[in-house]
Structure formats: structure tokens, C-alpha cells
Design a protein around this ligand. Sequence first.
Ligand code: NAP
Length: 253
Amino acid sequence: MGVLAGKTALVTGGSRGIGRGIAERLGREGARVAVHYGSNETAAKETVAAIEEAGGEAFALGQELGVPGDAAALWESFDAAVGGEGGLDILVNNAGIAASKPFATLDEEEYDRVFAVNTRAPFFLAQLGAGRLRDGGRIINISTGLTKTALMPDLIAYSMSKAALDVFTRDLSKVLGPRRITVNAVAPGIIDTDINADWLRGDEQAWAGAAAMSALGGVGTPAEIADVVAFLASEDARWVTGHWIDATGGSLS
Ligand code: NAP
């Protein structure tokens, strides 16, 4: 039996990339996983199938984030899917978008979109999800190492949106602490996912440059982030809250 047997988890953006890695890992630990996606239902179904093939339990939930009413609509579908028993133990706010553009050219619409998906959606998912979360539950927000370094200034709005998520993590831990719900952030460095595909994959020089940033030498994988999330979701991490975990492979040192 996995350490999360009997638990229910919702992973936003669980259909691809880091979220898929997290969904599969939580599934292997015995959690029933709600695999959320925005528009790519096929990817979500593939992730659900992978979890089931490994002996786990999962279902897909589609909802665009970053639009008015997104959190309420997602919880409505979640409630319908889990049925009468209801309840949630682990919320992973993973879905996110990047906006790489020089400071001088990023427009208001792009700025608002980044904040709507990366900051506002996790805020209201947690606010409306808090009543569904059982005492002793977990909220895990996926941040980025870029909130602690100015290494990539073209991602300025993205990094700002995640810095707000870090503060949200810290303060929310005080709000939900009396219920023994922990709230933590995990900050990846460069991970090989679709979000980086256009500049990283197939470009040997870019890959070598990204790998050289890590003290451990290499580009991270979704599984490396998922393992950290699995620890935070487990009983072993019950006394860790309001924390920001550097999962950049030593890219900040
Ligand atoms: P990814 O491969 O692009 O996957 C993004 C996931 O989020 C997909 O499941 C996608 O679903 C969902 N999503 C995106 N926008 C959405 C929206 N508006 N509404 C609903 N769902 C949406 O990204 P990733 O690299 O795995 O990143 C996951 C998280 O890690 C993000 O928060 C990102 O900022 C953070 N992060 C990534 C890296 C990295 O190097 N990869 C580094 C640091 C932090 P659909 O396909 O259905 O839209």
C-alpha cells in the first residue's frame, strides 16, 4: 500500500509536463488523482491511462484557468466526479504559463493573462477548495527558481506572478495551519517539458547552457519535481509548512 492510500488529490495541469509527473507519482502512492487539463483532453486521458496501468485510480477534469469563474467551475466538476463521498486531501496548483518577452514590449493583455493563470487561479482554487480539503490536508504550489534570481529578465512578468504565489504560500500557511493543513511551494529550475520546447529541445547549445546552470549538471525531469511534491504530500512532511523548496538542482548557488 502506498503512503497516500485513501487520499484524493487534484493536480492542475496534471495532463502534461511536471503536472503529469506529479499526477503519476501521487497515483503510484495510492492517491485517487483528479488530472486537470485546460484544452488538451487527449493528454489528460493518456495520463489517466498511465496511472491506471500502474494500478492507480484517476479521472480527467477539463477547465480553462485564467478566466472569470474558473475556480468555481472546476470545483463543480470535481464534486460531480467524486460523487457523494466528496472531499479532498491534496491540492497541487501546478498549471502555469510563461510569457517571455522584453520588458519594453510585453503588453497589458499578456501581463494580465500570466497573472490570471499563475496567481489568481491558484488563489481562488485554494479559497474555494479550503472547505473541501480535509483537516491535515496539503496545498502545494509550483513556483520557480526565478523568484530568487534575475537570470532571465525577459520572464519578468512570469517571475513576478510566481513571487506573488510564494507570498500567498507563506501567508496561507498561517490561515490554514490551525486545521493542520500545510501549504508549501516547490520551485523547479529548468525542466524538460513542452513549456521550454521551442528554445531547448533539439538545440544542443541551449541544452548545454541549461544543463550547466545546475550544480548537478543536467536539465531536470518532471519526476525530479514530482518526488519533492510526493514528500510534501506525505505524512512525513506534516511539520513543514509555509516553506519554499529549492528544487532547481542547485541552479541558484
Ligand atoms: P507545460 O508542459 O506547458 O504543461 C502545462 C500544463 O498546465 C498542461 O497540463 C496544461 O493543460 C495546463 N495549463 C496551462 N495553461 C492552462 C490554462 N490556462 N488553463 C488550464 N490549464 C492550463 O508546463 P510545465 O513545464 O509542466 O509547467 C508546470 C508548472 O511548473 C508551471 O506552473 C510552470 O510555471 C512551472 N515551472 C516549470 C518549469 C520548467 O522549466 N518546465 C520551471 C519552473 C517552474 P493543457 O495542455 O490542456 O492546456
